[in-house]
Design a protein around this ligand. Structure first.
Ligand SMILES: Nc1ncnc2c1ncn2[C@@H]1O[C@H](COP(=O)(O)OP(=O)(O)OP(=O)(O)O)[C@@H](O)[C@H]1O
Length: 230
C-alpha cells in the first residue's frame, strides 16, 4: 500500500530565517509506492527535509495528513503506529548523526534485533547477512563508527535499517557528504536493494544527475508547492 502525504501545510513562526506567515509547505500531496523511487528536488530551504520529516511522523503538519496502510497517523492505535515506525525509515546525509560513535558495530546491530525480539541465537547469522547485503565484511563488527569511513558508516546505517525490513525509505541527501566514487557505490547499492526488496523511496537531492539515475518520478518544491515532472 502507498505511503501518502495529503494536503500538507507547514509554516514556522516568523524568525530570522523565515519571513512572517510564510508557508514552508502549502497543500502538498505526494504518494510513495512500493518498488518505486520518487525524486524530490528544490532549492535550499524549499522544504524538502520538512516534507520528509512530516512523512516520517517526526513533525506534525498544521494541515493535512499522512496515511500509512490506509490509516492516518493521527489517531492510529499503538500497534499500527509501531508498524509505521518500523515500516518507514529515514536516512540522512550524515551517518554519524544516526550512530553512537562509541558503540561497536556488533552492538548497534544486535540492539536493533533485541528491540524487534529476534532470538539471541539467531543474531550472528542475521547480522552477517545484513552486512553482506550492504557490502561490509565481518571485520567491521568489532569497530566503532569513529574507526570506519563515511561510506562504511552509511552502509552500516543501511544495514541497521534493513534489519527492520521497512517498506519505505526516506532518503535525505544520503550521499552528498561522501566522495564522488563512494557516492556512486552507495547509489547503486540503494537501487539494487530497492529492486531486491521492493521498497519505496523518497529520494531527496539537489543533484539532477543523481535524481535522474535513481528516480522513476520527480517532483520539485517551489514556493511551498510541489510541481510534478513527467
Ligand atoms: N524548526 C524550524 N523552525 C523554524 N524554521 C524552520 C524549522 N525547520 C526548517 N525551517 C525553515 O523551513 C524552511 C525549509 O527548510 P528545509 O530544511 O525543509 O529545506 P530543504 O529544502 O530541505 O533545504 P536544504 O536543501 O538546504 O536542506 C527553511 O527556510 C528553514 O529555515
Amino acid at each position: 500500500m502507498p505511503l501518502k502525504a495529503e494536503g500538507i501545510t507547514v509554516s514556522y513562526r516568523p524568525g530570522i530565517l523565515s519571513p512572517p506567515g510564510r508557508r514552508i509547505l502549502d497543500d502538498v500531496t505526494l504518494e510513495l509506492r512500493q518498488g518505486e523511487t520518487y525524486g524530490l528536488m528544490g532549492a535550499s530551504g524549499s522544504g524538502k527535509s520538512t516534507l520528509s520529516r512530516v512523512m516520517a511522523g517526526l513533525e506534525t503538519p498544521r494541515e493535512g495528513r499522512v496515511v500509512y496502510q490506509g490509516s492516518p497517523l493521527k489517531g492510529m492505535d499503538r500497534s499500527a503506529f509501531a508498524a509505521f515506525r518500523r515500516g518507514v525509515q529515514v536516512m540522512f546525509q550524515d551517518p554519524t548523526a544516526a550512530l553512537n560513535p562509541k558503540k561497536p558495530t556488533a552492538r548497534s546491530l544486535s540492539d536493533v534485533l533485541r528491540l524487534i525480539r529476534v532470538p539471541a541465537r539467531e543474531h550472528s547469522a542475521v547480522i552477517k547477512d545484513a552486512l553482506d547485503q550492504v557490502g561490509l565484511t565481518p571485520d567491521v563488527l568489532a569497530r566503532t563508527p569513529t574507526q570506519l569511513s563515511g561510506g562504511q558508516n552509511q552502509r552500516l546505517v543501511l544495514a541497521r535499517i534493513l534489519l527492520l525490513e521497512p517498506e519505505y525509505l526516506l532518503l535525505d541527501e544520503p550521499t552528498s557528504a561522501l566522495d564522488v566514487s563512494v557516492q556512486a557505490q552507495i547509489l547503486r547499492l540503494l537501487r539494487d536493494l530497492r529492486e531486491d526488496r521492493g521498497m519505496g523511496y523518497l529520494f531527496i537531492s539537489h543533484d539532477r544527475d543523481v535524481v535522474g539515475f535513481m528516480a522513476d518520478r520527480v517532483g520539485v518544491l517551489r514556493d511551498g508547492r510541489l510541481c510534478e515532472k513527467e
